[in-house]
Design a protein. Structure first.
Length: 135
């Protein structure tokens, strides 16, 4: 299956960005489509299962299907393959990539917003505002 991806270089260490990606209480802070997450643990690991609560209040089950610490995780939401999340060091910064099946191509716009929010959380000196420059 073909995939699309969006990425962003964030002026923060991999550990800081990875922590935001795996700590479920942070997901609504950077994920524009999420209102909340229910999970028995604070952080996801391989095989984690929980529930995401979308902005409209819809509750959807999820399962973490791939988990490589400090590198990558992916998931299924409501039984459907969803985004994968990858990080890698780039000098003193981190490149974050979100990938998704082409079937959900319009979701790329949500991923771009999520990457900008991640940048603001991981790098407080990142530009604010609607039209911040890409890094």
């Amino acid at each position: 299956m073909r995939h699309l991806s969006v990425s962003r270089r964030i002026a923060a260490p991999v550990d800081a960005v990875w922590d935001l990606l795996v700590t479920v209480q942070d997901w609504p802070r950077w994920g524009p489509s999420l209102r909340g997450v229910e999970l028995d643990t604070e952080r996801i690991v391989a095989g984690s299962r929980g529930t995401v609560i979308a902005r409209g209040g819809v509750r959807l089950p999820f399962e973490i299907t791939t988990f490589e610490p400090q590198q990558r995780w992916s998931w299924r939401v409501a039984g459907v393959s969803a985004t994968d999340h990858t990080v890698h060091a780039d000098g003193d910064a981190t490149v974050v990539r979100f990938g998704a099946p082409m079937l959900v191509a319009p979701y790329a716009a949500v991923c771009v917003i999520a990457l900008r929010r991640l940048e603001r959380l991981a790098d407080p000196s990142a530009p604010r505002g609607r039209f911040s420059p890409r890094r």
